[in-house]
Design a protein around this ligand. Structure first.
Ligand SMILES: Nc1ncnc2c1ncn2[C@@H]1O[C@H](COP(=O)(O)OP(=O)(O)OP(=O)(O)O)[C@@H](O)[C@H]1O
Length: 259
């Protein structure tokens, strides 16, 4: 593969529920070091398209390729193993474990650490150290021993990012990472995403309603409408398009609530 080859690609990706084309013929390429935000009105197909990428849903037709490998027939776990990492709005967290224990499990799973290795104290220390480091990365070290069930929503979302970082994916998929967060917490998550992007070695995909805050982060905006890709380009260009503002974003004010 050449340097310019896309890391992730969808080819004519589609899923039809009965006669309803929830995602229809979406072809897109994503390159290393880029952050793309996916927007569109409610029901446009954003989450369904994410589900098709991560393997929660199987395509009616079309393909998903990661670094040239066709993942279309693989399930979600196998795709995650290949490097497709998705934050799942808290469903990946174990509420009865502490924050640190959650991250430790993610670090151990990344390194396929089975029961025997888990017993080795040096290995266990490496995993614990890495887990604590990741908690620090998401500004959660002071919560290491808190039960996840007792954490505020914003802290749970930050923890979820730590879990994702632990898996060291090639592609990061964030579905509304700031949903339900307080005004104070939003910048923390955005800063984390900006840091991941700054490393220039990942692909980041974002579905996010708060376009005013993510616009500066995005290299590109893809607009879905009725399951189809209707605009794709640099943020300023896409957001300025009257077609996109009026027909697809439902507003002539591009700065608020457009996803
Ligand atoms: N399992 C399913 N069975 C039938 N229809 C579905 C299924 N999943 C999604 N849909 C339909 O597909 C369309 C796209 O839904 P999707 O949730 O992907 O939209 P979205 O752009 O993420 O919307 P929102 O911004 O409201 O989250 C909707 O019309 C939805 O009702």
């Amino acid at each position: 593969m050449s340097f310019d080859s896309p890391v992730l690609e969808t080819r004519n990706l589609s899923i039809h529920f009965g006669g309803h084309k929830a995602v229809n013929d979406v072809s897109c390429q994503f390159h290393q070091g880029t952050l793309t935000t996916i927007v569109g009105p409610n029901g446009a197909g954003k989450t369904t398209w994410f589900n098709l990428l991560s393997g929660q849903l199987r395509a009616t037709h079309g393909q998903v390729l990661l670094q040239g490998e066709d993942l279309t027939s693989l399930n979600a776990a196998a795709r995650a193993d290949r490097g497709l990492g998705r934050a799942f709005q808290l469903t990946n967290l174990f509420p009865g474990l502490t924050a640190l224990e959650n991250v430790r499990l993610a670090v151990a799973s990344r390194h396929h650490t089975g029961h025997v290795f888990w017993q080795m104290s040096s290995r266990r220390q490496d995993i614990a150290d890495r887990a604590f480091e990741l908690l620090q990365t998401v500004s959660m070290a002071h919560r290491a021993d808190s039960l996840v069930a007792n954490l505020p929503h914003g802290d749970q979302r930050k923890l979820e990012v730590a879990l994702l970082l632990a898996l060291e994916p090639r592609v990061f998929m964030f579905d509304e990472p700031t949903a339900g967060m307080s005004v104070d917490e939003v910048p923390v998550i955005l800063e984390l995403i900006a840091e991941i992007k700054a490393r220039q070695d990942k692909v980041i995909l974002l579905v996010e309603h708060k376009m005013d805050v993510v616009r500066s982060l995005s290299d590109r905006i893809v607009v879905l409408h009725n399951g189809e890709l209707v605009a794709d380009g640099e943020p300023a260009e896409v957001m300025a398009s009257p077609l996109v503002q009026e027909a697809y974003l439902g507003s002539t004010e591009p700065t608020q609530g457009v996803a």
